[in-house]
Each structure stands twice: as C-alpha cells, then as structure tokens.
Design a protein. Structure first.
Length: 664
C-alpha cells in the first residue's frame, strides 16, 4: 500500500513539475510575444485571429483581447483584406510557407509604410493544417536606406560623368586658349607695325580705328588669360610660388599705377596701411593679381568724385586687406553668387559687361590657395567692401632684404626652411617680474639657443643664424634650414626645455612656454594643388604669464550669438581657441561688428558670456541650400576677456588638446 501511495505521489510530483515547466515555457513565449516590436498573430483556417501580441494590438489602437475573433475584413480596407486573405488561403491550402513578402501598406492610423510579412502553416498532432502563424515587420527605414543607396549610386555615376565632362571642358578651354594666343600675338604685331607707320604712312582716322583694334586685342588677351587660369585651377595644375614678402611693399609697388587710373576718372584712391611692416608667406604674383582685380573693379563701378580706400589690418594670426568703395553697390540677391564663375551682375549696364565674369571667381580661388578667406559686403547705391585674409609670419618687425632673399632662394630650390620665432607675450607686464635687465635677458636667451644649437648640430650645418633680435619688444627670430621636420621639432623642444630651466634657475616662476607650428603650404592645399613650390614652417616659442596667440582646435560646442535687432541665433562652433571662435550661420554679419556671444562649455553650469568682434567671413557654397539662401562661416576674436572666462576657456582648450593627443 505504501509503495502504491509513493508511486501516486511521484506521478503527482512529475505532473506538477511538467505543468510548472509548461507554465514557464508559456511565460517565456508570452514575454517574447509582448516584448518583440514585430507584429505576431495566430489565425485559424477561417482567417479569424485567435491570438495576437501587444505590437499587433497597439498598431490597431486596441487591447489584444479586443482583436481576438476578428478577421482582416473587420480591421483593414476591403482591397487590402482581400489580398491578405488570398495569402492566408495559399498557406493553409498548400501547406507551404510565404517568406519575407515585401509590400507597401497603410497602417491603421493612415500612415503609409513598407512591411515584410512571413506566414507559416500551423499543424495539429495528426499533421493537419489548422491555421497559420504570421509575423509582419516594418521595414520602411530599410527600404528608404536602399532607395538612398540606389540614388547615391546614380548620383555618383552622374557626378563621374560631370567630372569627366568638366575635365574635358577645362582641357578644351586650355587648348583653345593656347591656340588663340599665337594668332592674336601676330595680329597685335601687325597692328603695331601699322600704327608706328613702319609699313607706310596712315591717316589719323585709320590710326584711331587701329588703336581700337589694339585695345580689343588686349581685352581678348585678358579673357584668354582668365580662361587659362580657371582651367589650371579646376585641373589642379596651377603653380604656386611662395616667398616671404612685405605686404606693405607689395601694395605700394602698384599704388602709383592705380592712383593714376583712379585720377583719370576723378576718383580719390587712398591707402591706409599700418606703420609696422607685415611679413607674410604668399605667392606674391597671384595675390597681386587678386589686388589688381579688386581695385580695378572698384574703379570701374565707382562714379566720378567717388572714393576708394585700400586698408590693411593686422590680427592675431591673420592679415586682412580691404578694398572699400563708394560705388554703385551690389544687390542683395547678387551677393551670394558674386564669386561664382561666369556671373554678370544685374546692376551692370550692357556697356560695362566687358568681361566674362571670371575675375572674382579666380580671386577667390587664389586667396583660398594662399590659405585665406574672401568675402564682400555691399549696399545698392552706397558702395561695396571687399575683404580677404592671409596668414602672417609671426612678427611685425622688418626683416632685412638680405635675409628675405636668402629665405626665398632656399624656397626656390625647395629646401626646407624653419623660422623659429621666440616671442614674449605681454612683454610690458612680463618685464616687471624680471630681476635682470631686458637686454641681459635676451643676451642670456640667445646664449641658451646658441649652446643648444652647438650640441644639436651635425656635419654640414652652418652656424646658427639669428635673423631678428629686439629686446625692447621681446622678440628673437632664428633661421633653421636644411633639416628634416623631426630635427627641427626636436631642436625647438630642446630650446623650450632649456629656456624653462633658465627661468627656474633665475627664480622666475609660473612662466608659460608654448610651442606652435604653422606650415606653408598647409596639408590641405598641398593635396589639391600638387605643384605648390614652397617648403617652410614657422615655429613659435611663446613665453609669458599669459598667451594671446593660439592655434585653433576643431571642436563643436553650442554658441548663442546676439545679432542686430536683438535677435538670438543658436548654432555650433567649428573650432575654438583661447583668442577666438569660428562658427557657421545663415545670418550675415558685418566685418568688425562687435557682438555678444554665449558659449556653453560641457563642464560649466552656466554659459560663458563673451564680447567678440567679427574678424573674417567666408561664404559657404552648399548646393542643397534653398534658392536665394546662403550660409556663412565667421571668425570671431574675443574682446576684453575677463580673467575668470580666460581660465575657463584655457582649461577647456587644454582638456580637448589632451584628449586629441590621446586619441591620435
């Protein structure tokens, strides 16, 4: 009897465990059904829903129990329900599954989408089909992605064709322009022979007509040169010859010619140049071409008794040239396309439209290839302001002609040149902390550098060349050539470390020594223009308790800009430094305008409010922008930074610089 009781208890226990196991399995299936975002449903052979998951019911705006017992005809429009019923009958009658059927559908809420549906037959214990199990997945994003991929492939093909056509066009323009040069030169020579009377005397009326022909040949030659320039730029074959020049000298060399040209039209042309000389690395011939184009345009579109001013302003790392006139101005709708190729402005009369609309486009390309930006501000009937920027060598001092010639000779031979510029920042304040005379300090610094050089030098190295020493202004310049990049970097770091030891030895604490590098040409321009003939790096060793000249670091943070009429524009920065910030915006601001900004730094609770000045503007060409709209990149320089704000910005810059060095 006990054995039978034991057996019965074991069976009960076994059944209980089996039931618990089934409950657990059902619970797992139920959790899967309710958690999965796909629509899952069970139907009988009549198409009635006998079980659905939460996703299915939610899509219909019902509870699962409210869906059970319904058919597709109770839920969807007749046409769609018929299609679904047809698929159901196929699966039920044939016993074959329908896998991943993709179709466009309309949800119960009226939104169109794409779905993938799989239906498999459901069998009883005897193998008879008693219904089906269906799974429907929303694949709208997948389909959209595939469409985008197809469109991208199509666009890429079209771009390849356009690129090839553009290349063929550039080659055609180049060949035709070259071929036109020779016959034009011959025609010009023949006309000059006639004008000079070498082949016989001519009448005054004939001479007048020949002079007009000569002028038009000159104009045609100018057009040919523009076409050749644009074809060289487009094909990446334009040659850039960098040299160290003085910008003031470059501008004054052509000033007499342009003043005479302006005088003939009754226009007052003036030059407002800084007293300090400006050493910059540029292709002097190409920048001269830009200046000539802008001044010629200003003279052409300024009426008698008008004024034109050529100004130069020096910023922390840039020089800005401005050509400002009181001419006819440019309409608001023409401003965004002013630097586009083959653009003729609507403000010009037919008589004034003598060119082919390439001058400003070429000027833009040449400025950008010299590492600068170009932009325009104008008002119809008031005048125009054309500005462009260039990088500058970090000194305001005049380098002797011999030094400049030596540097340029090295560059012409493509020999690497390193200009090491030691600069004491906030020199007036820094001198107050010294316990020695400034002259003695600079003699000591020179001795430190020369001693470092002797230890560092190798066979074939010439003696160290000091190209600039100014203890009154706190600056010392060194020419370091015929070396590899790693060698110059190692030398600069050694100099920096030994100067630091010098200040420690002389009990001058908290001295900040910074090493920055600026190369000509930049890596970006070297990629797009393979024939840039220059190989120079400027290394700045900055000494001081406060540093005011800083490299910009690419980084995106939120910025609010208070623009005229008290409007607030919210945007993101492109890069940031301790001296300024760059951001992109659809609102055009005026050059030198002072504006209020708010920067939101990640670890600061409140935004930092800073006053800044618009230093430069760059028009961004984006094809996707709506017609008539524009986007600009603006460079701001901070004004009168508070000590608290300086510390916040400095701390932030150091943190992202450190993070960048770890990532690299």
């Amino acid at each position: 009897m006990k054995d039978k009781t034991k057996i019965n208890l074991d069976k009960v226990k076994e059944l209980k465990n089996k039931h618990t196991g089934l409950e657990n399995k059902y619970k797992l299936v139920s959790e899967l059904m309710d958690s999965i975002p796909d629509v899952i449903y069970f139907k009988d052979t009549q198409g009635r829903l006998i079980m659905v998951n939460q996703a299915h019911a939610k899509g219909l705006g019902l509870k699962p129990e409210g869906v059970v017992g319904k058919t597709d005809f109770d839920i969807f429009p007749k046409e769609r329900a018929e299609k679904m019923a047809k698929d159901d009958m196929y699966v039920i009658t044939t016993g074959k599954p329908m896998i991943d059927k993709i179709e466009r559908a309309t949800r119960a809420d009226g939104i169109d989408n794409y779905v993938s549906t799989t239906k498999i037959p459901r069998y009883d214990n005897k193998g008879r089909v008693i219904g089906l199990i269906g799974i429907t997945r929303d694949i709208t994003h997948r389909i959209q992605f595939e469409h985008l991929r197809e469109e991208k492939a199509l666009i890429s093909k079209k771009l390849e064709v356009l690129e090839e056509l553009n290349k063929m066009k550039s080659e055609f323009v180049s060949v035709v322009s070259h071929e036109m040069r020779t016959p034009l030169a011959i025609i010009k020579d023949i006309i000059m022979l006639l004008i000079d009377g070498i082949v016989g005397p001519i009448k005054e009326k004939q001479k007048e007509l020949l002079m007009k022909a000569k002028d038009n040949i000159a104009r045609l030659n100018h057009i040919i040169e523009e076409l050749l320039d644009i074809s060289r730029i487009e094909s990446g074959k334009i040659k850039m010859h960098y040299s160290l020049i003085n910008l003031n000298d470059l501008l004054m060399d052509s000033s007499a010619f342009f003043k005479k040209l302006a005088e003939e039209k009754g226009i007052d042309l003036g030059y407002n140049l800084p007293r300090s000389q400006i050493n910059i690395f540029i292709d002097a011939e190409r920048i001269n071409q830009v200046i000539a184009n802008l001044i010629n345009n200003a003279i052409k579109f300024t009426e008698q008794n008008g004024k034109i001013n050529v100004e130069v302003k020096i910023f922390e790392t840039k020089v800005r040239v401005g050509i400002i006139d009181t001419g006819i101005g440019i309409t608001k709708q023409d401003l965004p396309k002013i630097f586009n190729k083959f653009v003729q402005l609507s403000t010009r009369s037919q008589a004034e439209r003598k060119g082919i609309g390439l001058g400003l486009s070429i000027a833009k390309e040449l400025v950008e290839k010299n590492g600068g930006e170009i932009w325009v501000e104008s008002e119809l009937g008031v005048g125009s302001k054309f500005y462009f920027t260039l990088h500058r060598f970090y000194t305001d001092k005049v380098l002797s002609k011999d030094i400049r010639d030596e540097i340029n000779n090295l560059l012409e031979k493509n020999i690497p040149v390193y200009l090491i510029n030691l600069l004491v920042i906030n020199y007036t304040e820094f001198k107050k902390r010294l316990n020695i005379e400034p002259r003695e300090l600079f003699e000591d610094l020179r001795a430190v550098i020369e001693e470092t050089f002797k230890r560092f030098c190798y066979a074939g190295r010439k003696e160290l060349q000091i190209i600039l020493q100014d203890y009154k202004e706190g600056e010392l310049g060194i020419l370091f050539s015929k070396a590899k990049e790693e060698e110059s970097a190692k030398f600069c770091n050694l100099v920096k470390d030994r100067i630091k030891k010098y200040f420690t030895k002389n009990r001058l604490e908290n001295v900040f020594i910074n090493l920055g590098v600026l190369s000509y040409p930049s890596k970006f321009h070297a990629i797009i223009t393979q024939q840039i003939l220059a190989n120079v790096s400027i290394k700045k060793i900055c000494i001081g308790s406060e540093i005011r000249r800083f490299p910009r670091i690419p980084y995106r943070i939120d910025i609010e800009v208070l623009i005229p009429e008290n409007k607030v524009e919210s945007c993101r920065t492109v890069d940031i430094s301790e001296g300024g910030v760059c951001f992109e915006n659809g609102c055009r601001l005026k050059t030198d305008a002072q504006i209020q900004t708010k920067l939101k730094f990640p670890k600061e609770k409140e935004p930092v409010s800073i006053r800044a000045r618009v230093a430069w503007i760059k028009n961004i060409n984006i094809e996707e922008l709506p017609k008539g709209s524009a986007k600009y990149r603006l460079g701001l320089e901070f004004i009168n930074l508070k000590n608290r704000d300086k510390k916040i910005i400095s701390k932030f810059i150091k943190s992202i610089s450190h993070q960048n060095s770890i990532n690299s």
